[in-house]
Design a protein around this ligand. Structure first.
Ligand code: KG4
Ligand code: ZN
Length: 348
């Protein structure tokens, strides 16, 4: 099956063409520099940019995949959660093409797409869904932090999520306190590489709590008070690196402790991680050593598939359609607050 997929849930416009589990084209137009001057994503600007970029990206993706509209056999788009008007641009475009070509359409849950992106591998990239075995999945992004139990294939159950800020949001907000540009996650990762993670003992929220939920807003607040009590500290280049490394160490320690504990508690032998924060080198490294220590296998989404992209949407949609999940109504509306918990057990 050849499927065209669109992702516009936030500030990346993504278009992909997938065929039989292989990624033929995966184009992303990032709006990061546009939103950077406002210190965060401005929804109206994101919508305008999606409208501007989407037609160009669709043309370019079809061209890169060496295909044309009549050859597209199915369409998919992120239906939620996300920014309502941003979602609308991609969803309505995909549904419109599906209607015009008389092809099936499937609306995809953004977090579910992230979840299964851990099964993308190889060059050229393809999905390794047949290899799925029971596992615990960590999804860490700017808008979500989720711990999920996947007993098999398309079945999944949310074990825990963040009670307040997401992990990526914590990176971005503390980076802002440190005077770093948006999005702060990649910049902190860069600076932390030359810093001392033990320099400042920031709190590890809910580290020893029995539940699998996360909370990161207290960590951000403690950084704010620390900077208030140590004025000018972040102006010193080495102190800034140490601050980045210390905040990063707190976030990473909580993420990997909960993830490996969930795997042990549930008796699974495999852990996966995906979502934008999975680009973080300390998280990738420390998760690998924690899993090795606990005798767990680890699958990390390839970094190119961690941040928002349409290939993860397309691969999941194609797999679902091939597994017998019925196509969606091509008139369906966006679902900005769609929760993963509300999905039926088979992810349909
Ligand atoms: O998955 P994603 O592209 O968008 C959402 O669905 O939210 O994730 C974006 C988030 C941002 O918060 C960004 O700062 C964070 O991922 N991020 C990182 C790194 N690269 C991206 N955080 C820490 N270290 C990184 N290297
Ligand atoms: Zn995302």
């Amino acid at each position: 099956m050849t499927l065209l997929a669109i992702e516009t849930s936030c500030d990346e416009t993504g278009v992909a063409v997938v065929r039989n589990g292989h990624v033929l084209a995966n184009l992303v137009s990032s709006q990061t520099s546009l939103h950077a001057e406002y210190g965060g994503v401005v929804p109206e600007l994101a919508t305008r940019e999606h409208l501007r970029n989407l037609p160009v990206l669709i043309q370019a993706a079809l061209c890169e995949a060496g295909t044309d509209p009549p050859a597209i056999e199915a369409l998919a788009a992120t239906q939620g959660p996300g920014l309502p008007n941003a979602l609308m641009v991609g969803l309505k475009a995909a549904q419109g093409i599906a209607c015009a070509l008389r092809r099936p359409f499937l609306g995809i849950h953004h977090h579910e797409a992230h979840l299964y992106s851990a099964w993308v591998k190889g060059d050229p990239p393809h999905a390794d869904f047949p290899a799925i075995q029971p596992h615990v999945a960590l999804i860490v992004s700017g808008g979500h932090t989720l711990l999920i139990h996947v007993p098999e294939g398309l079945r999944h159950r949310v074990l825990g999520s963040t009670l307040d800020d997401a992990a990526g949001e914590c990176f971005d907000k503390t980076a802002k306190l440190l005077g770093l540009p948006y999005p702060g996650g990649p910049v902190m990762d860069q600076l932390a590489a030359e810093g001392n993670p033990a320099a400042f003992p920031f709190p590890r929220p809910l580290l020893n709590d029995a539940a699998y939920d996360f909370s990161f807003s207290g960590l951000k607040t403690s950084v704010r008070y620390f900077l208030r009590d140590h004025p000018g500290l972040a102006d010193d280049p080495q102190a800034l690196r140490d601050l980045c490394a210390s905040v990063q160490a707190a976030i990473v320690e909580v993420l990997l402790a909960k993830t490996t504990r969930a795997a042990r508690d549930l008796g699974v032998r495999l852990v996966t991680a995906s979502g934008g924060v999975t680009c973080n080198r300390a998280l990738r490294r420390d998760l690998a050593s924690a899993c090795a220590r606990d005798g767990l296998d680890l699958r990390l989404a390839p970094t190119a598939f961690c941040t928002d992209n349409a290939a993860m949407v397309g691969l999941l949609a194609e797999w679902k359609l091939a597994s017998g999940v019925p196509p969606d109504d091509p008139d369906g509306d966006v679902r900005p607050a769609w929760s993963l918990e509300s999905m039926p057990a088979r992810g349909g």
